[in-house]
Design a protein around this ligand. Structure first.
Ligand code: NAD
Length: 366
């Protein structure tokens, strides 16, 4: 069986040499020349691990299993051998038409962002690996843009109070942001509509801010659901009050398949202290801040608003390593005795598959 890896759209690469070494029992690996360069994995390391360095065309024409972080271009699907498996992240909940589009080809497609978020999925969960890196990096970006210290300092020239950081959304990214901001010495507050995270927030040393009356839907697979207008207004008012004192806001509140909720209005931005920084990790869904521009850093009345929605790609070496490990663990459940074995009784395989042998295998969540 041939496993193919193509160059990706950013600096990451989907599989790293350490992982390829463990796959050569079941797979012959073909990788596009230079695919790992920007993540500091040279072609020579892939060759030493047992992979063949090839052109993109050759990789596509040979691959029985093709792995990419970002979805490949349409031409790739046209040129894959019939019966191939493609593994990437297609966000079908944001663009359901992709399922019919890919069903034109007699291939099977797995979308890693569709894995059910269960305990069994943890070692394959690319969303968590990447969100955790983004949460860490968001704090570092904020710290470098902030015209002041994070930690409290007592110096001969005077005392510096600690920075105040407000985290909106305490999922994987938010919790990592809390931990990182605490390590840098900031005073941290966080809130989330899911009360289940209160203890986790507190155990990291941050204060949990509560807005009463949240809808916490047990059937939403752990994901937050859209809140009532009344709740949103209460939340915006509280954010506004907290923002006046905050030096940094890191917002991570995403709603699957829906526009991100606006938690920081323009009025709130304008009430912040000059020099303050907002890092909006929900930028891809429109942003939690009304002024956010996806993948841009803007300045509004002295406030910096960073809308980079793939901060993890700024750390391509570890992002690639973690992504590769997740894919390795996923490939293990797709393979038996050196052959592809797609057991649809396994909820992880069933949940992540969006097209099976040219047939749609996806139900749009209600
Ligand atoms: P996410 O990226 O979808 O959302 C980020 C956070 O924003 C969430 O905590 C969400 O509750 C919060 N949020 C949404 N709307 C909000 C609002 N209006 N105000 C404040 N906060 C708001 O979340 P995620 O980090 O990907 O995690 C999603 C779920 O999956 C969580 O329940 C998490 O615990 C669970 N999870 C499970 C596993 C696993 O077992 N494999 C791994 C990771 C996460």
């Amino acid at each position: 069986m041939i496993l193919g890896i193509l160059k990706d759209d950013d600096d990451r690469v989907a599989l790293t040499p350490d992982v390829i070494q463990k796959l050569t029992d079941s797979y012959q690996v073909f990788i596009e020349a230079g695919a790992g360069n920007r993540a500091f994995f040279a072609d020579s390391l892939y060759s030493e691990a047992g992979a063949t360095i090839a052109s993109a065309k050759e990789v596509v024409q040979k691959a029985n299993v093709l792995v990419r972080i970002k979805p490949p271009a349409e031409t790739v699907f046209q040129n894959l051998p019939s019966g191939s498996v493609v593994i990437s992240s297609f966000q079908p909940y944001n663009q359901p038409e992709i399922v019919d589009q890919l069903s034109q080809y007699s291939i099977t497609v797995f979308s890693m962002d569709m894995l059910p978020r269960t305990t069994l999925a943890q070692d394959k969960d690319v969303l968590s690996s990447m969100a955790s890196m983004a949460g860490y990096r968001a704090v570092l970006e904020a710290a470098t843009h902030l015209p002041r210290y994070f930690p409290m300092l007592t110096t001969a020239a005077g005392s510096i109070p600690p920075a105040k950081v407000l985290i909106l959304g305490a999922g994987v990214a938010g919790l990592q942001a809390i931990a990182t901001a605490k390590r840098l010495g900031a005073v941290v507050e966080a809130f989330d509509t899911r009360l289940a995270v209160k203890e986790e927030v507190q155990s990291l040393g941050a204060k949990f801010v509560e807005v009463e009356g949240a809808t916490d839907d047990k059937d939403a697979g752990g994901y937050a659901v859209e809140q009532s207008e009344e709740y949103k207004q209460r939340q915006q008012a509280l954010t506004r009050a907290k923002s006046e004192k905050a030096d940094v806001i890191i917002s991570t509140a995403l709603l699957r398949g829906k526009k991100s909720p606006i938690l920081i209005t323009q009025e709130t931005v304008e009430a912040m202290k000059p020099g303050s920084v907002i890092v909006d990790l929900a930028a891809a869904g429109g942003g939690n801040c009304a002024l956010t521009k996806n993948n841009e850093t803007i300045h509004h009345q002295g406030i910096t608003i960073i809308g980079d929605s793939s901060l993890e790609a700024k750390m391509p070496m570890h992002a690639s390593q973690l992504y590769a490990k997740n894919i390795f663990n996923f490939l293990k459940i797709l393979t038996k005795d050196g052959k592809l074995h797609l057991d649809f009784e396994n909820p992880l395989i069933d949940g992540a598959c969006i097209v099976h042998q040219g047939q749609p295998h996806y139900q749009i969540p209600q």
